[in-house]
Ligand binder design. Sequence first.
Ligand SMILES: NC(=O)c1ccc[n+]([C@@H]2O[C@H](COP(=O)([O-])OP(=O)(O)OC[C@H]3O[C@@H](n4cnc5c(N)ncnc54)[C@H](OP(=O)(O)O)[C@@H]3O)[C@@H](O)[C@H]2O)c1
Length: 180
Amino acid sequence: MRIVTIGRGTIGGGLARLWRDAGHDVEELGREGGDASDADVVLVAVPGARISDALSRVTGLQGKIAVDATNIMPARQGEFPSYADEVKSFTGAPVAKSFNMNFGSLFGAVREQRVRPSNWYVADEGARQVVERLIRDAGYDPVRVGDLSRARDFENAVWLLMGIEPVGGVFYRFGAPGEL
Ligand SMILES: NC(=O)c1ccc[n+]([C@@H]2O[C@H](COP(=O)([O-])OP(=O)(O)OC[C@H]3O[C@@H](n4cnc5c(N)ncnc54)[C@H](OP(=O)(O)O)[C@@H]3O)[C@@H](O)[C@H]2O)c1
């Protein structure tokens, strides 16, 4: 797939490396913005309070499937029901929310684990196939925890992840009985 990451820091840059290793064509945009016209999917990985500022500097977003990785720390900003809805106001197309519930500092160790770590996501139906593929190609197993109407709850759940020790970050794994 041709992927444009909006944000090229820990999350945008880290996922770009993993996805390139899996054979994808990835372009990384920084705060100056750029063009996403050729993208099959865009990743949004900028500070949560800067979503509208960052996306307003990117052309060609209309109609693009988006994966929103932003989170609400240190505090939610703005009037949208969720950050995922804020992203959708620019794309007008299916959105998935994922990678917000994983530690970017551990991306380099994803493929070294005994079992594949899980990665929770919520998504519009039209973004499910794409986000599941991108989660797998980053080395995780996708776990759908709701549709996009649960995005705000999902965003708020990041505080549970932040409360887990060790503070340096963890992987998690969910499985049906008999699977683990
Ligand atoms: N770090 C994690 O473990 C983690 C985990 C899950 C979710 N998240 C979320 O993912 C998002 C990205 O986090 P990150 O750790 O990748 O952040 P980061 O390393 O600080 O990178 C932020 C990126 O956003 C870009 N950007 C665009 N517009 C911006 C603006 N107006 N102000 C500041 N930066 C702007 C920056 O551009 P330049 O390259 O030009 O500076 C940079 O590439 C955040 O919403 C964060 O909460 C982070």
